[in-house]
Design a protein around this ligand. Structure first.
Ligand code: SAH
Ligand code: SF4
Length: 381
């Protein structure tokens, strides 16, 4: 093949990952190499509409252009190390993100939804006492392509059974507002018509309360969830050290600001820790705290993990708390815990497989372990 000077220049650069690009960014990137702007739109259509990620199949691009683009853009996605399916239909994907690190994403089915819970960081520096991820210091923040990649891999896998993700929540490993550029970059790709095209209302960012970054959730016009987890500052600081820096009064003020900007209610996540946040009197305190905040409260019974310092309350205690909160007038949601048998429930995700793949839950309400496991580095996609 005769190599032009331009081709030589192109072969010399390190290719960029497609999943990191917004439309505008790809247009600018291609422009650097003298390519027409509309090529970016064509490639986006192939990738997100047709799921074609091989330039040879992008037939509206000339042969020469296709071979040049191969040197400029890759479609690499993090390899799937494990894919586990719970007895309740929850699925967990473990991805290899290099350097001996892995991250997890979880698919949660419900009546009318298929929600993907994605990770935003490897580990987390917020060190919440009840959270397994919080026990693992931050190793690295994920890139836009690693976040979009989680979505695309899972979506491709679900396609085989004619299923489609309907929602995405940033409630996996890590604090999304500690990694704003990549998180909001991935949100742009996921909601835009030229990208995945998922409505903004189907996207939720959950935060432990990094107040200075919360305005970005409102600006992106996506849903906000706040990990409240306590009914006063004393308890919250005890279980979530970040509360020392950003106490409840300021946090709730910021929540009101979000509501004023978007008109959307906030989801307050409230983990029930036995003896610490699960008493009837705590439900009453919680009501006093939240009565003026436009929100719904998601009650989450604590999920066990290796080395946990807390216990899960009994089902009776959980019910009593829920009933009292409802009686007082809080809008509450008590969801059945999903995926406990494959360590996929809230707060059980890990950067390495430092818990067993499965847990015997035969004494619990969701039945025995009958977990389907696909492992050995071969993705079951
Ligand atoms: N870092 C973000 C998002 C990830 S955590 C945040 O904190 O909001 C997602 C949710 O899992 C949080 O609401 C957290 O309170 C909850 N969680 C963490 N550990 C848990 C555990 N062991 N049991 C139940 N919920 C837990
Ligand atoms: Fe980090 Fe959220 Fe876990 Fe707290 S609850 S340690 S912020 S992942």
């Amino acid at each position: 093949m005769h190599l032009t000077e331009e081709t030589l220049a192109i072969t010399a650069v390190a290719p960029r990952n497609f999943y990191s690009f917004t439309l505008e960014q790809l247009e600018a990137y291609l422009k650097q190499y003298g390519k027409e702007k509309f090529r970016a739109q064509q490639i986006f259509k192939w990738v997100y509409e047709q799921r074609v990620t091989n330039f040879d199949e992008m037939l509206n691009l000339s042969k020469d252009l296709r071979s040049e683009l191969k040197n400029l853009i890759t479609f690499d996605l993090p390899p799937v190390l494990k894919h586990l399916v719970s007895v309740d239909g929850t699925q967990k994907f473990l991805f290899d993100v290099g350097g001996g690190n892995s991250i997890e994403a979880v698919v949660i089915p419900s009546d009318d939804r298929l929600t993907l819970c994605v990770s935003s960081e490897i580990g987390c520096n917020m060190a919440c006492k009840f959270c397994f991820t919080g026990k693992q210091k931050l190793k690295r923040r994920l890139s836009t392509e690693e976040i979009v990649g989680q979505f695309m891999i899972v979506q491709d896998s679900l396609k085989k059974t004619n299923q489609k993700l309907s929602n995405i929540v940033f409630m996996g490993m890590g604090e999304p507002l500690d990694n704003c550029d990549a998180v909001f970059g991935s949100i742009e790709v996921i909601h835009s018509p030229w990208g995945v095209n998922l409505s903004r209302k189907k996207i939720t960012v959950s935060t432990s309360g990094l107040i200075p970054e919360m305005y970005r959730v409102a600006n992106a016009k996506v849903r906000l969830a706040v990990s409240l987890n306590a009914y006063n500052d004393e308890v919250r600081t005890q279980v979530m050290p970040i509360n020392k820096k950003y106490p409840l009064k300021d946090l709730l003020e910021e929540c009101k600001r979000y509501y004023r900007a978007t008109g959307e209610k906030i989801t307050m996540e409230y983990v029930l820790l036995k003896g610490i946040t699960d008493q009837i009197s705590h439900a009453r305190e919680l009501y006093k705290l939240l009565k003026d905040i436009p929100c719904k409260v998601n009650i989450i019974p604590f999920n066990e993990h290796p080395g946990a310092d807390y216990e899960r309350p009994s089902d009776e205690t959980v019910q009593a708390f829920h009933s009292e909160a409802m009686r007082l007038g809080l809008q509450t949601l008590l969801r059945r815990t999903m995926g406990r048998d494959i360590f996929a429930a809230c707060g059980q995700l890990a950067t390495k497989v430092d818990h067993p793949d499965t847990m015997d839950i035969s004494n619990s309400k969701i039945g025995g372990t009958n977990v389907r496991s696909f492992s050995s580095g071969q993705p079951s996609l």
